[in-house]
Ligand binder design. Sequence first.
Ligand code: M6P
Ligand code: ZN
Length: 191
Amino acid sequence: MEFSFPLATHFDPVTGTIEGYPLTARRLSDLQGSFADEQAYQRALGMGDPLVYTVSGFEVPAEEGQLSYALGLIMPGKIGQEYYLTKGHFHAWRPAAEVYIGLAGEGFMLLESEDGSQNQMLPLRPHHAVYVPGHIAHRTVNTGSVPLTYVGVYPAQAGHDYDAIARKNFRHVILELDGKPSMIERSELLR
Ligand code: M6P
Ligand code: ZN
């Protein structure tokens, strides 16, 4: 069998890397507009530009029926009361679904329909998996005190649409309230 990519890889669930595959780093400065508390964001940026998360992607040519996957690692941390998070995205090809599997640490996924009217906060940690249906925006947050690592498997043709999130952030936020992770509407924060 001959393929243009290897069928077997070796990954590290602790460092969130797939051996020999590119690692994208997202620092706090890359997450402009993602966090609810703008003042806390600017304050944190003033003290440095910490690494928030990395993505190591095994991406194959975008052909019908093929799958790609990526390992994510989110550092522990908060901006104000809001946990470190990923940018979050829709798939450019909206029908594309994705499966997330927790590898280490603890966190949640925030899922939201395109009009924001439907949403769920689902656990992501070892022994937990989340099915993200097509047409659903998804963001991951680390609510623990160690890095959260996970793998996401998606159609090679999915693509990432970050613009829709940049225009209109998720309707909900996952915050630490009374010492535990809770999901509330962003609009409630403005009151
Ligand atoms: C998962 C996959 C990747 C994604 C990454 C980080 O590993 O869904 O495709 O890139 O999480 O999420 P984001 O792209 O929203 O920064
Ligand atoms: Zn995705």
